[in-house]
Design a protein around this ligand. Sequence first.
Ligand code: FAD
Length: 317
Amino acid sequence: MKVIDIIQNAEKTVFSFELLPPLKGQDPSKLHRTIEQLLEYDPKYINITTHRDEVEYREMPDGSIRKQIVRKRPGTVAIAANIQYKYGVPVVPHIVCGGFSKEETEYMLLDLNFLGIDNVLALRGDGVKTDHVFRPEPDGYAHANELIEQISNLRNGRYLDNELKNKAALDFCVGAAGYPEKHAESPNMETDLMYLKQKVDAGADYVVTQMFFDNQKYYEFVDQCRAIGINVPIIPGIKPLSVLNQVTVLPKIFNIDLPEAFSKELEKCKNNEAAKQVGTEWAVEQAKDLIKNNAPCLHLYTYGLGDNVQQIAKAVF
Ligand code: FAD
């Protein structure tokens, strides 16, 4: 079932959660445990992130340094299919521009279609960690709007190869990312919103936001979107803060603020356990307020941890 239909047919706020594929070599059963912890609260769909190749410099036995390309979290397509069929919950694999050519993306979309997966979240992705800027692949995309355009073309049976004889349409529901506090690279909010509109005009059916800790930022963002003609559902992203050092790490990585009342509570925490409790309680209050204000769906970021997300789901669903 498509996310847009789930949201539009829902009589009240529903929820979804986002999972990271396990690290290469990690026991995959942890992922299943996280899902099983959350299933009883009736998530309507599950997002699976995608991670590009990373560059590592490894010391060789002779003392030389060798550059190595590694994909630390493989398997989005396989994991997505496994979850959809094992648990009967629709999945939304993420598709990123970074590290992929247009051709590879088309094959990934064909695989997803063949597997009966009809939702994707289309993103640019970040640059490789050793680079300061995002560099597109020579035959890839610089921005998510171009990727969304490719998916929209496939929805109309337009493949990369114009000569192709058989042109079955691949009917995906597409989500795009939005930033209530502006994307870190954007010069200002207006420009960021203009590019978000471009993604919606290219075919995005809905928007999922970056995490935020002040709901007012989300409500203002929705108003700003509506004012420039972005009329698709805007799904708020909620991340329960779970480790003390995220007080400084999250604002830096995601270009977001922590409200003063929240950071003051966190300052009193002596350890990660205490911070996790405060972070979960804050997220529960955010969730309750968003539901009261008729958010279409809550997108819960798990970052591989299920127990705090389970507490939120238990408190509000
Ligand atoms: P874009 O829409 O391309 O925007 C990137 C920047 O370029 C913005 O500053 C924007 O204003 C600007 N811009 C946009 N279009 C244009 C244009 N046409 N010309 C010039 N400038 C433009 N990353 C992963 O690697 N894997 C994931 O699975 C993943 N999941 C995510 C899930 C959610 C819900 C969110 C919110 C983010 C996720 N990310 C993920 C992170 C995301 O890839 C980064 O935030 C990335 O830096 C931007 O992605 P985007 O799709 O918003 O890019």
